[in-house]
Unconditional design. Structure first.
Length: 142
């Protein structure tokens, strides 16, 4: 049985990855806005200038937003497991698989951005999350 710290390392890894994507977001967005002449004040309302941004800059920004959607379920589930005495090695492997799927999803979306490939990676990660949830439901509810 992994320690609580070992069990929560995937959470830390995904938080760190989200911050990497945050840096990538601004490293692409600010120069792109300058190139197309978007005044920063135009960004006061999200999406109002998106049609003027290059696809690459939009893809990185979209991925950063995606890292604040489904992963919130992952974070809540991981803390639930850690706080309720779960955290079996099998669940930890699923958690690392989920983190890996999110990193690969980010790289695909932010580079080649092929929707079918992204969807397959997203679906795989989602299935890992479902497996983790079912394992915990069985553990807690018997």
């Amino acid at each position: 049985m992994p320690t609580t710290t070992e069990f929560l390392l995937p959470v830390l890894a995904l938080v760190a990855w989200t911050l990497v994507m945050w840096v990538w977001l601004y490293a692409t967005r600010i120069p792109a806005m300058k190139r197309v002449g978007i005044d920063p004040q135009e960004a006061a309302h999200p999406g109002t200038y998106a049609h003027r941004m290059p696809e690459h800059a939009r893809s990185v920004a979209d991925n950063y937003n995606h890292l604040h959607e489904q992963p919130t379920i992952f974070y809540a589930l991981m803390f639930f497991i850690a706080l309720t005495g779960g955290g079996a090695a099998g669940t930890l492997s699923l958690a690392w698989g989920y983190v890996g799927s999110r990193v690969v999803h980010s790289l695909v979306q932010s580079t080649i951005n092929r929707v079918v490939v992204r969807f397959a990676i997203f679906a795989f990660g989602s299935l890992l999350l479902v497996c983790m949830t079912v394992r915990e439901l069985i553990r807690v509810l018997g």
